[in-house]
Write a protein that binds this ligand. Structure first.
Ligand code: PLP
Length: 398
């Protein structure tokens, strides 16, 4: 039998610390490894498989599109791209879309829009204010926006022009905004740092400061967008609308895609300013149309809110039953459980052995971003396994 782990060690760049499981196929919220073991998947490709695995609407859309056209250049028109752009704009504050291939790339587009805004609408201002705990991606500019030394320390020099302030600190945000500020960029709920919610006050302050200072509010909706928080876009749940927002992850349910969306006022790219070979190609966009149409169908977002609320409530039960579990938080199906000790990695491994996939975002935090189709019965199953894991890991601490 092929030793896939050995092959990875020999041929793949040393970029990932992978868990010891080789996944083969999936159905709904379940995946199976090459040995036939089944797992309940609460990570969903890190908030990507919005419709779960092997969803018929998505699979059919990809298969049908593949038979017609997989790729054409942006030198020409293609229909799935325009259908997806229309769907996004008709259901958001956006008026225009540019498609890219990933979250980092979508953010690069948003950063370029903000820089151009500053250059022409604000006397050459180019600074973008971002916040601590953010994650905007792995390209050089997105790393600078992220502002976490852990990710960028070996890749200097950074492009510069990013000002970092503490998350949810309104006074610090107010103090940072100057006549050099082209934009404020943030996530409604921070994903990679462990599901940290922006306060309503902070979101409103960001909007107010942008309005008062002719700057753009850029929301990174790469993880929060496309139904994840129980609203089509995360900002729709907090009532603060951006000028620009970025999407990726769940947008095409697992087919690589990214998008920068902007209001008409902020859509200031002109031909030649930006581009992409693959961005907006028919295959990815047909997948996107299938995903977005499913998410916008009556009852879908309500399901996310209801099951998400139920999940949060059941996770709170874990906190009351186990000393090791100290708090829970989240919105929709973007949830986290905090532990009292540095045991998140161990809990993640124990859960995997027991057939449950969760994600340790830090030494003490477990994140769950399951398929949005998750059922209450699957939540109950996950809670039963987490109960056992917490008992096992907690016993080791005691
Ligand atoms: N922005 C946010 C909020 C993210 O969570 C991520 C990825 O985790 C990114 C950007 C980067 O996306 P990608 O990995 O597709 O480049």
């Amino acid at each position: 039998m092929t030793d896939w782990v050995a092959l990875e060690q020999q041929y793949y760049m040393r970029t990932f610390n992978r868990l010891p499981v080789v996944l083969d196929h999936g159905e709904g919220a379940r995946v199976w490894d090459v040995d036939g073991k089944c797992y309940l998947d609460l990570v969903a490709g890190i908030a990507v498989n919005a419709l779960g695995h092997n969803h018929p609407a998505l699979v059919n859309a990809i298969a049908e599109q593949a038979k017609k056209l997989i790729h054409v250049s942006n030198l020409y028109y293609s229909t799935p791209q325009l259908e997806l752009a229309r769907l996004i704009c008709e259901h958001s504050v956006g008026d225009r879309v540019f498609f890219a291939n990933s979250g980092a790339e979508a953010n690069e587009g948003a950063i370029k829009l903000a820089r151009k805004w500053g250059k022409y609408q604000k006397g050459g201002a180019y600074e973008i204010i971002t916040v601590s705990g953010a994650f905007h991606g792995r390209t050089i500019a997105a790393l600078d926006a992220t502002g976490n030394e852990k990710y960028y320390k070996d890749f200097a020099p950074m492009p510069g022009g990013f000002i970092h302030v503490p998350f949810n600190d309104v006074a610090a945000l107010e103090a940072a905004v100057t006549d050099q500020t082209a934009a404020i960029m943030l996530e409604v709920v921070q994903g990679e740092s462990g599901v940290n919610l922006a306060t309503d006050e902070f979101m409103r302050a960001a909007r107010r400061l942008c309005d008062a200072n002719n700057a753009l509010l850029v929301l990174d909706e790469v993880q929060t967008g496309i139904g994840r928080t129980g609203h089509f876009m995360g900002y729709q749940g907090v009532g603060v609308a951006p000028d620009v927002f970025s999407l990726a992850k769940g947008l095409a349910g697992g087919v690589p895609i990214g998008a920068v969306v902007a209001t008409e006022r902020a859509s200031i790219f002109t031909p030649g300013d930006h581009g992409s070979t693959f961005g907006g190609n028919p295959l990815a966009c047909a997948a996107g149309v299938a995903v977005v149409s499913t998410i916008l169908a009556p009852g879908f977002l309500e399901h996310v809110r209801t099951v998400g609320g139920y999940f949060l409530q059941q996770l709170s039960g874990l906190v009351s039953r186990h000393d090791l579990a100290v708090s829970v938080r989240g919105r929709g199906l973007m949830l986290a459980l905090d532990l009292e000790a540095d045991l998140a990695g161990q809990l993640q491994s124990t859960a995997l052995q027991k057939g449950l996939i969760v994600n340790a975002t830090g030494p003490r935090t477990i994140r769950m971003v399951p398929p949005l189709t998750l059922t209450r019965a699957e939540v109950d199953e996950a809670i039963t396994i987490l109960d056992a894991c917490l008992a096992e890991c907690g016993a080791k601490v005691a």
